[in-house]
Design a protein around this ligand. Structure first.
Ligand code: FUB
Length: 316
């Protein structure tokens, strides 16, 4: 039984529909519990990228629930209060819209410059970019090829994030196995390969996400395997978008007493005109989720007086 977008259907690759129809012992119950605050968007989603754009919060996740993470479409959601989310539907569909990849649509991120939105995404273990005049698309591919092709450097070329510094310069971070960063050119769709840097970060697996608070740069990243309940978030701090990075430890990990497993692939947003920060992340769907059946939630991100991040309390 597969489920997504409030729809249920039989997967014929694992279940014979005739057998299912003949067996009255099956009982369907809603997998999402009424009254619970999370997941913030119903359904199976992962790798949420949260951003505040043009007066609204936006969530750009991976659409989950496929064997081998083989999904092909990206959706967007928006909210004014981080609680009530509007589903904007599919904003990019690899099949018809991207000539060089048809599957493994993972871990997108968004950036804004000069009245255009730039949507960076993983597809077939390369990184692409698509642009639009709206944060909800329609997005189109200006390159017709990956921005960062598979094999460009060691590891998978996945999990992009674009951080724009207070001086207006934008940097692309990405990586699985190794963490990379490069300044984007002003067109946001090209970079000088000679300027790519790699970072040595303890336990780094994937999902680098950078933000800046005051004069401190924070590089958060995911550790272990997304299919493991031990998948978690660690971070480092530095004095520039390139560090050098000081490892600060774990800020988010499983809480088995609440049934929370594998909470990571994080992104961070600041509420406007405040010092209130939030972390979006996925976990195994509750109940019965796993590394390809994940759901998205958001919790506060709090800081100590010395600028270090307090452990995130994962909530339901
Ligand atoms: O969702 C597919 C992959 O799983 C992402 O690219 C990784 O970060 C992991 O969450």
């Amino acid at each position: 039984m597969r489920h997504r977008d409030n729809q249920l259907w039989l997967d014929p690759s694992t279940t014979n529909p005739a057998t299912f129809a003949a067996d009255s012992s099956y009982r369907i119950t809603a997998p999402w519990v009424a009254g619970r605050r999370s997941p913030v968007v119903k359904g199976l989603y992962a790798d949420p990228n949260i951003a505040y754009l043009n007066g609204r919060y936006y969530l750009y996740p991976t659409t989950d629930g496929y064997n081998g993470w083989s999904g092909a479409r990206f959706k967007a959601f928006s909210s004014t209060d981080l609680v009530n989310w509007t589903d904007h539907g599919t904003i990019l569909d690899l099949g018809p819209q991207i000539s060089w990849a048809d599957d493994r649509a993972w871990a997108p991120t968004i950036a804004y410059r000069d009245n255009r939105y730039y949507f960076y995404f993983s597809a077939a273990t390369s990184i692409g970019v698509a642009t639009s005049s709206s944060p909800t698309g329609p997005f189109t591919d200006p390159l017709g090829r990956p921005l960062v092709p598979a094999g460009f450097r060691s590891g998978q070329m996945i999990d992009p994030h674009v951080f724009t510094d207070t001086d207006g310069r934008s940097y692309l971070y990405w990586g699985n196995g190794s963490a990379y960063a490069v300044p984007l050119n002003a067109d946001m769709i090209s970079f000088d390969a000679g300027q790519v840097r790699t970072f040595s970060l303890p336990n780094f697996r994937e999902a680098p996400f950078v933000f800046k608070r005051g004069t401190t740069y924070y590089l958060t990243y995911s550790v272990d395997d997304t299919g493991s309940e031990n998948y978690h978030v660690e971070y480092a701090t530095g004095a520039s978008p390139y560090g050098p990075w000081t490892h600060r430890g774990t800020i988010l990990a499983k809480n088995l007493s609440l049934g929370i497993k594998g909470p990571a692939h994080q992104s961070v947003v600041k509420a406007p005109d405040s010092d209130a920060w939030y972390i979006a992340y996925h976990r195994f769907a509750i109940p019965a989720g796993n590394g390809t059946n994940r759901e998205v939630t958001i919790d506060p991100l709090r800081f100590n007086a010395d600028g270090t991040i307090q452990p995130v309390i994962p909530t339901l």
